[in-house]
Design a protein around this ligand. Structure first.
Ligand SMILES: C[S@@+](CC[C@H](N)C(=O)[O-])C[C@H]1O[C@@H](n2cnc3c(N)ncnc32)[C@H](O)[C@@H]1O
Ligand SMILES: [Zn+2]
Length: 428
């Protein structure tokens, strides 16, 4: 492929030069046979030793960890099933497609981005890979996924790295994924997870959500809940292999495994109540809806808000995360400079997977304000909770919080006891 070297022009400059009705760059090139290929200005980046051009495509360096997690899961899937066909529905410059091919050894990848102007960049990036194991498309994701379904062309992994709620892609993505296959979905809808747009979250995910102290965990649970609902319409169910919140954006990402048949129980698709008075959170099953109250009060209407339905089960699958960790180690990803954060993240996620841990987390600031004292280090509180028989872990979502099945009221009591003990020992 020959590339003419031109000083890069903006699309508007090109349009004004040729005075035509606006054309995409690829259409413009095909109308100008002397110009075999046109390339946007290059901006080279490196990720996990791959050099690639991002040009003027949408690219975030901060999403590298999300790409690591997707690639590790894809590679594990390939090791288990012996095949890996990937549909990267919103590929940007094609970095994920490149990594699914080069690192997870995908048999074939469809790299799609609605923006035709990205064609050269995507193709150039993917041409580093040996063998013609990829193709580039420029369809709206919904149409591409629907066409795959119609052709019965099912994929092992569908990656939809969308902006906004992402909920409009769920049904078609579920249609086009193999049973047993993986769906890697994204939402950037931080306003809905924050409970600031309950009508919007109701429309997108079927969940009415109030502002809660652990809204970023709610963002993940709403997204999984939306997929649970869409899957059940088709007679499938989904289970999260991992759920990953990252603050830049914010971005909520979930890797789901799609399974045949309805979910064995509705236990993990239900409601949660939060009591403003005592800070307690409780999962409420569908059959308990008429009997909602909090342990601290019978006058529920004043202090309780109920959000849902959403996913109330574990955010991750611990055995899958453990395999991801050992593969990352085998690939040398944990020992290099980029690896420290990945190792910490995977460890925290494994701890968070304990099925005894309920929805949400207790923010240190909220515990301190309810206890009316300065908190000891979080590790000290966690040890006490553990000794008291409670399940406890850090949250990968909020560094200054703990996940525990200890109600807020009890936690406040424990923190006060710790304070008394500290005072007594300093007195002696
Ligand atoms: C978040 S970016 C993708 C980033 C890329 N996955 C990565 O990891 O670097 C979203 C991409 O979706 C494309 N896009 C937006 N709407 C689309 C649609 N309806 N169908 C397909 N692509 C779309 C945009 O052009 C943009 O490149
Ligand atoms: Zn209460």
């Amino acid at each position: 492929m020959s590339t003419v070297s031109l000083k890069p022009l903006s699309i508007t400059q090109i349009m004004s030069t040729v005075s035509l009705k606006p054309l995409s760059i690829s259409t413009f090139i095909s109308h100008n046979p002397n110009m075999k290929s046109f390339k946007l200005q290059s901006h080279y980046k490196t990720e996990r030793a791959h050099q690639f051009d991002v040009g003027d495509t949408f690219f975030r360096t901060e999403s590298a960890t999300a790409r690591d997690l997707g690639v590790l899961s894809a590679a594990l899937y390939r090791n288990t099933t012996g095949s890996l066909r990937v549909l990267d529905a919103m590929c940007g410059c094609g970095i994920r497609s490149l990594r699914y091919l080069a690192e997870a050894d995908a048999d074939f990848v469809v790299a799609n981005d609605a923006n035709e102007d990205y064609r050269e960049i995507i193709s150039e990036n993917l041409s580093q890979v040996e063998g013609k194991r990829w193709e580039v498309n420029h369809l709206p994701a919904t149409r591409l996924l629907a066409e795959c379904y119609v052709r019965k062309d099912y994929f092992d992994l569908i990656d939809v790295d969308s902006f906004g709620s992402g909920s409009s892609y769920l049904r078609v993505a579920l249609d086009a994924v193999k049973l047993g296959g993986l769906l890697y979905i994204t939402s950037t809808d931080g306003l809905s997870s924050g409970g600031h747009r309950p009508q919007q979250s109701l429309a997108a995910y079927g969940a009415y959500v109030w502002p809660l102290p652990y809204s970023n965990e709610i963002g993940l649970r709403m997204l999984i809940g939306g997929a649970v609902r869409e899957a059940s319409v088709l007679g499938y169910h989904v289970v999260p292999l991992f759920s990953y919140y990252s603050y830049h954006g914010p971005v909520f990402r979930v890797l789901l495994q799609v399974k045949r048949g309805k979910s064995p129980s509705s236990r993990y698709y239900s409601f949660i109540s939060y009591c403003d008075r005592c800070g307690n959170t409780r999962a409420i099953s569908w059959s308990e809806l008429g009997e909602i109250s909090c342990l601290c009060s019978t006058n529920a209407s004043r202090s309780l808000v109920v959000s849902g339905p959403l996913w109330t089960g574990p955010l991750h699958n611990a055995p899958h995360l453990t395999e991801m960790m050992s593969l990352a180690d085998q690939w040398g990803w944990l020992s290099d400079g980029e690896g420290k954060n990945l190792e910490k993240l995977l460890k925290q996620m494994i701890d968070e997977s304990d099925p005894k841990l309920p929805v949400g987390y207790l923010n240190a600031d909220e515990i301190a304000s309810r206890a009316k004292l300065n908190l000891p280090p979080l590790n000290t509180i966690m040890n006490s909770l553990h000794e008291g028989g409670y399940a406890v872990s850090r949250s990968h979502i909020a560094p200054n919080a703990i996940k525990t099945d200890c109600p807020m009221v009890e936690c406040v009591k424990i923190v006060k006891q710790l304070q008394q003990l500290a005072e007594m020992s300093s007195y002696h």
